[in-house]
Design a protein around this ligand. Structure first.
Ligand SMILES: [Zn+2]
Length: 143
């Protein structure tokens, strides 16, 4: 009789553990559903942002094609020595070969330009380059 009572008690404990296990599974399912909903939301946000970036890239590629065709049209009109100089600087300076002067500073390396350089620029007699970075300079008023 005593052994039977012990087995009943053990059975009761096992049943209680099984019920607790069901509760844990339910909790885990709810957490999983919450996580799934968050993942779906993140995917929607990601896809919206990706579409925006893809659209921006398409616009930039179109603009690039226009600029490249303009360059092909204009390049033959530029003196070959100047074009060669510009292209050399362009290649060595990460695609930024000609820069605007910003408040007496080079728009490429931001070094202060001497009065002599500023005066040379304002004479419009020759192409002036930054002494520091060699980028070709122009004044904003030139545009
Ligand atoms: Zn510079």
């Amino acid at each position: 009789m005593h052994e039977i009572e012990n087995m009943k008690a053990d059975k009761s404990i096992v049943e209680e553990k099984i019920l607790l296990g069901f509760d844990e599974v339910d909790g885990a399912r709810k957490a999983l559903e919450t996580e799934r909903a968050m993942v779906i939301q993140y995917e929607k946000e990601f896809n919206a942002k990706k579409k925006q970036v893809d659209d921006d890239v398409a616009i930039i590629n179109d603009q690039l094609k226009v600029k490249e065709s303009q360059r092909v049209r204009i390049a033959p009109e530029v003196r070959p020595d100047l074009l060669s100089r510009y292209e050399r600087v362009l290649k060595n300076k990460d695609g930024l070969g000609i820069v605007k002067v910003l408040d007496h500073s080079c728009g490429g390396c931001y070094m202060h330009l001497t009065e002599q350089v500023m005066n040379e620029l304002k004479k419009y007699e020759q192409i002036i380059a930054c002494d520091q970075c060699a980028r070709l300079l122009y004044l904003a008023d030139d545009l």
